[in-house]
Design a protein around this ligand. Structure first.
Ligand code: KG4
Length: 340
């Protein structure tokens, strides 16, 4: 089964054709990074406008690279939630138009489910159940993936997402957007013990995360140094901060593996899963806990439509369809029975 997939939840306009959820026939990503860079972060209005300009060209290119026409496609999958509402609406409306014009079924896909599904492309042998740490710009979750469309949240952030904390800290350190990526680069040469940061716990919820205190702490460190006229070695600050964020991700993931001993597989998903420190620490954790580790290939960590096509296949197989009343939603829990 061949799915044409669209993604426009944040600052990448992407289209892909994926066969049977696992084989990528084409994947095209038009990134807006350069346009948002001068503002230090994503400007939602600019994102929406650029998606509108790019979506038809990117879709045509994905079909051309797969050497297929819309007629030869079996279904259209689209990211409908969560994300920037104006950005999501572009992909959703374009997909609705394609579905209406072609008569092909429309399949709505949750953005974080598709980040998890990036691993089905990278690892053809991977099947649920598994434990997944989802670390993206807007979300940090520990998810018990019981089936392809059956998710149980076992830990979540109570405030900021890990990616958001990394981006804000990087911006305060004067690093260009996208912050997390640049923080990763400079931290490689830094001393991770140069600065001490808090290691927050959420009382009564040992698998939940909190990153806002950590973020405030790094901002205070920078402001205090400025007020005293002292200079800070940014690579040391970056390495120490990144290490504290990863400590928290690692600690809770380890607890979750202990709490769910039947879990034999640990999976990472989302933009922050490209981080070199996190990948290394998860590798060691998996070894310690004697579980198999699955990491998405670097090109599939950030937003792309191939992962939407992968998850779209499993959503379609589970009977999920949308009609012309499909709307985009800025927030939406990954599990149908969960509150956000
Ligand atoms: O999953 P994603 O592409 O977008 C969302 O769906 O939210 O994640 C974007 C996040 C940003 O916070 C970005 O700074 C972070 O992923 N990121 C990284 C790295 N690459 C991307 N953070 C740390 N190290 C990286 N190498």
């Amino acid at each position: 089964m061949k799915i044409l997939a669209l993604e426009s939840s944040c600052d990448e306009t992407a289209a892909a054709v994926v066969e049977d959820g696992r084989h990528v026939l084409s994947s095209v990503v038009a990134t807006q990074i350069e346009q948002h860079k001068i503002f230090g972060g994503v400007v939602p209005e600019i994102a929406s406008r650029m998606h509108t300009e790019a979506v038809s060209g990117v879709t045509a290119e994905a079909l051309a690279q797969a050497n297929l026409t819309l007629d030869e496609i079996d279904a259209i999958a689209v990211t409908y939630a969560p994300g920037l509402i104006g950005a999501l609406l572009v992909g959703v409306n374009y997909a609705k138009g394609l579905s209406l014009a072609s008569g092909k079924p429309l399949v709505p896909v949750h953005h974080l489910r598709s980040h998890i599904a990036a691993n089905y492309i990278t690892h053809p042998d991977l099947e649920p159940p598994f434990l997944c740490l989802v670390v993206s710009g807007g979300n940090t979750l520990l998810v018990n993936v019981r089936g392809y469309t059956d998710f149980e949240i076992v830990g979540r952030t109570r405030d900021d997402a890990a990616g958001e904390a990394l981006d804000k800290a990087a911006r305060a350190m004067g690093l260009p957007y996208p912050g997390g990526v640049n923080l990763d680069k400079i931290a490689k040469d830094g001393n991770k013990t140069a600065f001490t940061f808090p290691h927050p716990h959420v009382d009564g919820a040992p698998l939940d995360f909190s990153f806002s205190g950590l973020k405030t702490s790094v901002l205070n460190t920078i402001h205090n140094a400025e007020q005293r006229g002292e200079s800070i070695e940014v690579k040391d600050l970056g390495a120490s901060f990144l290490s504290a964020v990863v400590d928290s991700l690692e600690r809770n993931t380890e607890k979750a593996l202990e709490q769910y001993p039947e879990t034999q597989k640990l999976v990472l998903a989302g933009g922050v899963s490209a981080n070199s420190v996190l990948r290394e620490r998860m590798f060691n954790l998996a070894k310690r806990q004697n579980v198999k580790l699955y990491l998405p290939e670097l090109s599939l960590c950030g937003d792309n439509a191939a992962m939407v096509g992968a998850q779209g296949f499993y959503e379609f197989s589970a009977g999920k369809r949308a009609g012309m009343s499909l709307n985009a939603c800025a927030s939406m829990p990954i599990a149908e029975n969960e509150q956000e």
